[in-house]
Design a protein around this ligand. Structure first.
Ligand SMILES: NC(=O)c1ccc[n+]([C@@H]2O[C@H](COP(=O)([O-])OP(=O)(O)OC[C@H]3O[C@@H](n4cnc5c(N)ncnc54)[C@H](OP(=O)(O)O)[C@@H]3O)[C@@H](O)[C@H]2O)c1
Length: 257
């Protein structure tokens, strides 16, 4: 199998959750590979700094401020992308987070916020990207960022609704594969399941990575850096037409989850 990013050069890739962690890392790599990358997130200031740092690379970075829990903002963002940059070829549904809100007594608003971004926004972005791909006969690629917690739930760190959203992400990837299959479409759909990666996701949950590390592994929790996941994305996108990685799990060899 010959792996190559060649066919994506100059093509539009949308990365959700591009302002930090895995999403920010994917942006850098795809711009270096020569793609026209659009980032969607609320913290526009962070993405604008990245855009300045990336100027002069092979590709370009175009940040758009977008709250993914608001459908109109997503629709408007995709319309702007179509008009100003062209049709979407690659979509990385990366945005996601967890909130501290136990199932026994948590707040509905917190559960809803997680479901809105981790699931509904992923479905809306996917629909909007496929609209472009179908209209322009593009054999595009969609990657849903899942999690090892979408496959197995650890009793040491249960995270309330979060693993349920990730199980659903895996299910959505499979259902989309069948729908595309029925349409005889060559659009690819991949579920990418990272293990533990040291990012701000823990701050959003309300604990520091150091605290999680202490609780799970006495302060010595093995985890990956963002680059390992970014390299996984490049591998997935580099596969030849009609060869599809449908699920890829990437974890540290010693990960306890
Ligand atoms: N880190 C891990 O150990 C790990 C493991 C497995 C899977 N994952 C998955 O990897 C993905 C990326 O997570 P990460 O670890 O890189 O976390 P992160 O650094 O906290 O990044 C989360 C991203 O999601 C965006 N986001 C959250 N709510 C949003 C909203 N309402 N509208 C727009 N953007 C929103 C954030 O942007 P703004 O706040 O600027 O809006 C941010 O860019 C997630 O799907 C996560 O579930 C992570």
């Amino acid at each position: 199998m010959v792996l190559s990013m060649e066919r994506w050069i100059g093509k539009v890739a949308v990365v959700t959750g591009a302002s930090s962690g895995i999403g920010a890392g994917i942006v850098v790599k795809l711009v270096e590979e020569g793609l026209v990358v659009v980032g969607l997130a609320r913290r526009i200031d962070r993405m604008e700094i990245a855009a300045r740092e990336l100027s002069g690379k092979r590709g370009t970075f175009h940040p758009i401020k977008c709250d993914l829990s608001v459908e109109n903002e997503i629709i408007e963002a995709f319309e702007n992308i179509r008009k100003s940059l062209g049709p979407v070829h690659v979509l990385i549904n990366n945005a996601g987070f967890a909130k501290m809100a136990p199932l026994v007594n948590g707040e509905t608003e917190k559960w809803k916020a997680v479901l809105d971004v981790n699931l509904l926004a992923l479905c809306i972005c996917t629909r909007e990207a496929i609209k472009d791909m179908n209209e322009h006969n593009i054999d595009g690629h969609i990657i849903h960022v899942n999690s090892v917690l979408g496959h197995r739930i650890p009793d040491s760190f249960p995270l309330n609704v979060y693993p349920a959203t990730k199980r659903a992400v895996g299910a959505l990837a499979e259902v989309l594969r069948f729908e595309l299959n029925d349409l005889k479409s060559n659009i690819k759909i991949t579920s990418l399941s990272p293990g533990l990666v040291s990012t701000e996701i823990f701050d959003a949950y309300g604990v520091s990575f150091e605290n999680v590390s202490e609780a799970l592994a006495g302060g010595n929790l093995p985890c990956l850096n963002v680059e390992a996941i970014v390299d996984g994305v490049v591998y997935i996108l580099s596969t030849p037409p009609k060869v599809m990685v449908s699920e890829l799990t990437i974890r540290h060899t010693l990960e306890p989850l």
